[in-house]
Ligand binder design. Structure first.
Ligand code: DNO
Length: 348
């Protein structure tokens, strides 16, 4: 396992030096943030980012994300040019030693939460989701916490209209179309693609979501069987789906070499759909983090891990989910679990 930490580039209030001081940290997970979705990342930007990381003593082997343009998800005629741009970015990332690209194929929205500062009894706060609040929203006039508002209300309206009637099958077909063109380039570049699951793992605002459960993964692996077509195993996202057996999935997909990247965090269930993000420990939430790590190790997992979303603690007011302190605690906990379980395995 290689422990990494998400870093939002030079504009992040958390420095590479901060990250380097977390015990056991081998690298950062980052991206070029100044390039519009769909355009090729410049060699200069990639090289500058990679040089900064190296100088700080950290690897830059994982990129999260190279975002997929909506026209690719929609299967519009412009997709071929956009996919070629994506492929060129992949080639350039391969040149500086990137090994894994995390991306998602969720229409319009990435992760969704209804509150970014839900206070816990201990005075910490974290992100939470209440389905009723989502249902009460009009997606055409959105004001969601964390929503990046990269679309104007008119653009959002056009985009949502373009997705009207889009089935899960069509969206999945568009993902396969994309992967069939990108994976051969990844093979040459020495890079694996790691799709991030839907968060939460169900349809929102009537938009189809296709990477939410074991059945979806089987369909994905069958359609594009190459090793480079893998996943980001995100425990918090998948774990929100009460029917997902995370221990079983972790073991099974690790064994098959499909997990290129793991995002590990815990959540606490409120009712059938609602949840609140917690600290990383098993005891803090509803997911069996110990069981999941054990399953990964027993499945032979040796790839990248990052502590996912943390709470705001000790007075920090970090980027939602991405403060320094709680993620650093999470990294230490996860390192401890991995060390104990890996050594236990060896001594068996
Ligand atoms: C949220 C993240 C996601 C993830 C993208 C990958 O905290 O895990 O935004 O980066 O879905 O494309």
């Amino acid at each position: 396992m290689k422990m990494t930490f998400r870093w939002y580039g030079p504009k992040d209030s958390i420095t590479l030096r901060d990250i380097r001081q977390i015990p056991g940290m081998t690298g950062v997970v980052t991206a070029v943030y100044d390039t519009p979705v769909g355009t090729v990342w410049s060699r200069e930007s990639i090289a500058a980012l990679s040089a900064q990381c190296k100088e700080a003593g950290l690897e830059m082997e994982v990129i999260e994300s190279v975002p997929v343009h909506e026209d690719i998800k929609l299967g519009r005629p412009t997709r071929d040019g956009l996919i070629e741009n994506y492929c060129e970015t992949v080639r350039r990332l391969g040149e500086v030693g990137v090994k894994c690209i995390c991306y998602n194929f969720m229409p319009v929205f990435d992760w969704l939460r209804t509150n970014l500062h839900t206070e816990a009894a201990d005075g910490s706060n974290s992100l939470s989701y209440r389905h009723e609040e989502i249902l009460a929203l009009d997606p055409k006039h959105l004001s969601l916490p964390g929503w990046d508002e990269s679309y104007t209300p008119d653009e959002l309206q056009d985009l949502l209209a373009a997705y009207e009637g889009m089935t899960h099958e069509t969206l999945f077909g568009n993902l396969v179309y994309f992967l069939e063109r990108v994976i051969p380039v990844c093979k040459e570049a020495g890079i694996s693609m790691a799709i991030h699951p839907d968060d939460p793992p169900w349809d929102v605002f009537g938009l189809p979501r296709i990477i939410s459960c074991a059945e979806d993964y089987e369909r994905l692996f069958a359609a594009v069987p190459d090793n480079e077509n893998g996943i980001t195993f995100c425990t918090g996202s998948l774990g929100a789906g009460r029917e997902n057996d995370l221990v079983k999935m972790a073991y099974d997909y690790a064994k098959r070499g499909k997990i290129h990247f793991a995002h590990i965090r815990n959540i606490e269930y409120a009712n059938d759909l609602d949840f609140r993000e917690t600290g990383h420990l098993t005891a803090g939430g509803s997911l069996d983090i110990y069981g999941i790590v054990k399953a990964l190790v027993e499945g032979g997992f040796t790839e990248y891990v990052r502590p996912d979303h943390g709470r705001n603690i000790w007075g920090e007011d970090g980027k939602p989910g991405y403060g320094l302190f709680d993620r650093a605690l999470g990294a230490c906990y996860l390192n401890g679990l991995f060390e104990a379980i890996e050594k236990g395995e060896k001594n068996k």
